[in-house]
Design a protein around this ligand. Structure first.
Ligand code: TPP
Ligand code: SF4
Ligand code: SF4
Ligand code: SF4
Length: 520
């Protein structure tokens, strides 16, 4: 039996040592000339195995000759002195092909050739392994300089969730990765049991890691049924510690100096620059506290990390959020606390083999609904909207990555409870997940998965924003590419046709209902 530390902590950033090398084929950045540097391949990668950096040209002076780079495009980069590099980690890539599928840069001469293309790993790893080793040690761009309100800029941020053991092509992990890129050094994660707790804490390794300053997400998994309450407890403890540390600091005003005290207490940490300033001030405070011989100073030294803006994110699947943990989710939403919930909605209990949940749509076959579910999916999002003071977003990163990014940023900024329902394709849906992002696009086009955001902090008439257009394609365009929907058609064509008709009707009714929210 291994010796576990008494407080339940374990080393982080350990998946990087696994080097599972499970892919037969891996992507290679073949044509840097046609690459638009959009970073769409980076955001969709479930395993953080393809990354982009912008570095000064000098940094590349000793790079392997096979490491490609191009002048960096767009703000804030200097194309004369800085280069854009895109690199795959061949031994961490799972070969899902999602990055190639989303790449918009197609060769004019050959429509089957893109900026990145899949190759036999055996043939390319000789060059690409050393390329990755060099690339990963290159410095990350200054966070405070990047424009992280667009997808491209956000993808230069270091992911603090990488190389998880999730299935190849998983639709859940890109959301978690993005969350850690944006706020990884300032968040606490409460994780419901489900796929995300298994690939999130697949001991002895974990995909969560810290940045070069030793800061990263604090993560814990309690149970399946109590995760929202678990996260609320984290939030209450966090608020108390923040309050206690602020009071201690105010009490040491004279010893510390009013200017530093004010600078720390009044820093909203809304931007990366403000965050960096607070880190610098806390370093100064730490040094000062060491010279003050008072019990309050000693106590504050232990609590100094709470003089920070931190947030709690509660993560889990639909089985947790719609069904078994729903009471807790509802309780947290009703609490008014400044807390965030993200539901990774695969529309089934994925981790235990695909059982039906209240998120399973009409007509889909799942365990306990093998011949097609006969009732519709509940709208957890609209239930939450009914509170009026909850920020709510329904997103699909494969369909509209910018909307997902905005939703996460708005949820984090909103001073109250937030709920993001994130469409997550899953191997249990029954198709090659290479097409996961394409299916998400179809889900949005057909009205199966409308995209919207409800922000109570916006003025009347501007609170509800529909981010997708009215359904423009029949539902079958989306549904009939997935075995979960075609199974019933194969078994009983008449029943299949009836369920499709009902599902189509449901889509139209749901869209009409959403349009009513527009004026809110
Ligand atoms: C009270 C309880 N019931 C059942 C389980 C078994 N269990 C663990 S994970 C899971 C499914 C999780 O499904 P979901 O919340 O949709 O997350 P996903 O795996 O799809 O990400 C189940 C049923 C459990 N751990 N606790
Ligand atoms: S093939 Fe899949 S795992 Fe590999 S880099 Fe592309 S998206 Fe990531
Ligand atoms: S998706 Fe294609 S065009 Fe965009 S950064 Fe990746 S390789 Fe370049
Ligand atoms: S079962 Fe589905 S949700 Fe779970 S890791 Fe695999 S693809 Fe992701």
């Amino acid at each position: 039996v291994s010796a576990f530390p008494v407080d339940g902590t374990f080393p982080t950033g350990t998946t990087q040592f696994e080097k599972r090398g499970i892919a037969d084929r891996v992507p290679v950045w073949d044509d840097e000339g046609i690459c638009t540097q959009c970073n769409k391949c980076v955001v969709i990668c479930p395993h953080a195995a393809i990354r982009a950096k912008v570095v000064s040209n000098e940094e590349l002076a000793n790079a392997p000759s096979t490491l490609k780079s191009v002048p960096a495009k767009g703000r804030p980069f200097d194309k004369e002195t800085e280069s854009y590099v895109l690199q795959v980690a061949p031994q961490d890539c799972t070969g899902c092909d999602l990055c190639v599928a989303v790449c918009p840069a197609v060769s004019k001469e050959d429509p089957n050739f893109k900026s990145i293309n899949m190759h036999s790993k055996l043939k390319v790893e000789g060059a690409e392994d050393p390329n990755w080793d060099y690339f990963i040690d290159l410095p990350d761009y200054d966070r405070a300089e990047l424009n992280i309100t667009n997808v491209k800029g956000s993808q230069f941020l270091e992911p603090l969730f990488e190389f998880s053991g999730a299935c190849s092509g998983c639709g859940e992990t890109p959301y978690i990765k993005l969350l850690t890129q944006l706020y990884g050094d300032s968040i606490l994660i409460a994780n419901a049991t489900g796929c995300s707790s298994i690939y999130g804490g697949n001991l002895p390794t974990t995909p969560y890691k810290t940045n070069e300053f030793g800061r990263g997400p604090a993560w814990a998994n309690s149970l399946f049924e109590d995760n929202a309450e678990f996260g609320l407890g984290m939030q209450l403890a966090l608020s108390k510690k923040q309050e206690t540390s602020a009071n201690l600091l105010k009490g040491l005003d004279k010893e510390v100096g009013a200017e530093l005290v004010e600078a720390i207490l009044n820093n909203p940490e809304k931007t990366e620059a403000e965050k960096a300033e607070n880190f610098a001030n806390l370093d100064k405070l730490k040094a000062k506290l060491a010279t003050i011989n008072k019990p309050e100073a000693k106590k504050l030294s232990r609590l100094i990390q709470y003089l920070r803006k931190k947030s709690v994110w509660i993560l889990g699947g639909d089985g947790w959020a719609y069904d078994i943990g729903f009471g807790g989710v509802d309780h947290v939403l009703a609490s008014g606390e400044n807390i965030n919930i993200m539901v990774l909605d695969t529309e089934i209990y994925s981790n235990t083999g695909g059982q039906m949940s209240k998120a399973t749509p009409l007509g889909a076959s799942a365990k306990f609904a093998v011949s097609g579910k006969r009732t519709g999916k509940k709208s957890l999002a609209l239930q939450a909207v009914s509170y009026g003071n909850v920020y709510v977003a329904q997103v699909a990163v494969g369909a509209k990555d910018l909307q997902t990014l905005k939703a996460i940023e708005e949820a984090e900024a909103y001073d109250g409870p937030s709920l993001i329902i994130a469409y997550s394709h899953c191997g249990d849906h029954g198709y090659n997940l290479r097409d996961g992002a394409l299916q998400q696009e179809k889900a949005v086009e057909t009205g199966y998965w409308p995209l919207f955001r409800f922000d109570p902090s916006k003025p009347k008439g501007k609170k509800f924003r529909l981010d997708s257009k009215a359904p423009s394609k029949p539902l079958s365009h989306f549904m009939y590419n997935e075995t979960r929907f075609t199974r019933v058609v194969k078994e009983d064509a008449e029943l299949g046709a009836k369920l499709l008709e009902q599902a189509q009707e449901e889509v139209e009714t749901k869209w009409e209902r959403l349009e009513l929210y527009r004026d809110m």
